[in-house]
Design a protein around this ligand. Structure first.
Ligand code: RP5
Length: 164
């Protein structure tokens, strides 16, 4: 199976990003984690993205805050799908990172999830890999069914309590 690369702009992004790791462990998806910055280590970020496909990666997740150019700069150097996680920092509530990540020019897409949306970023990466992996596809379907049943059970409990 292809690996997922999880790149963060700083180790200060780790508390947000590590929510993705549990998803990969749940689905048995191999992943690798690195700290590369679009601004502080632009050469390393470019080299990583440029060689990611030949190094066995199928998807790249990039998490960054503030003027968050990491996802876009990785996407500029690979045709692997890149998922961006805008990270909320101490100012502007993450809106800065959201706009910096999502507003990509035509031709270089970044699939941007919600601010601090590491879990959805990981799930989207698993869904991308599942397109060519039947076992992964079945696991995702089973998780969706379980989530549906959980909500229907809650609905039944609430309905029994209030709908007399
Ligand atoms: C971004 O700047 C990083 O992704 C991080 O979210 C933010 C702050 O980085 P540090 O100053 O904490 O290293 O590039």
């Amino acid at each position: 199976m292809k690996k997922v690369a999880v790149i963060m702009g700083s180790d200060s992004d780790l508390p947000v990003v590590e929510k993705a790791f549990a998803v990969f462990e749940e689905y048995g998806v191999p992943f690798e984690v690195h700290v590369y910055s679009a601004h502080r280590t632009p050469v390393e970020a470019r080299v990583f993205a440029g060689s990611a496909a030949e190094n066995g990666f199928g998807v790249i997740i990039a998490a960054a805050g503030k003027a968050a150019h990491l996802a876009g700069s990785l996407a500029a150097n690979t045709v692997l799908p890149v998922i961006g996680i805008p990270v909320k920092s101490s100012t502007l509530d993450g809106l800065d990172a959201l706009l910096s990540t999502v507003q990509m020019p035509s031709g270089i897409p970044v699939a941007t999830v919600a601010i601090d949306g590491a879990q959805n970023a990981a799930l989207l990466a698993v869904q991308i890999l599942a397109v060519s992996d039947e076992g992964l596809h079945e696991k995702l379907m089973s998780a969706r069914r379980a989530a549906t049943e959980k909500v229907l059970k809650k609905d039944a409990e609430i309905a029994a309590k209030f709908n007399k």
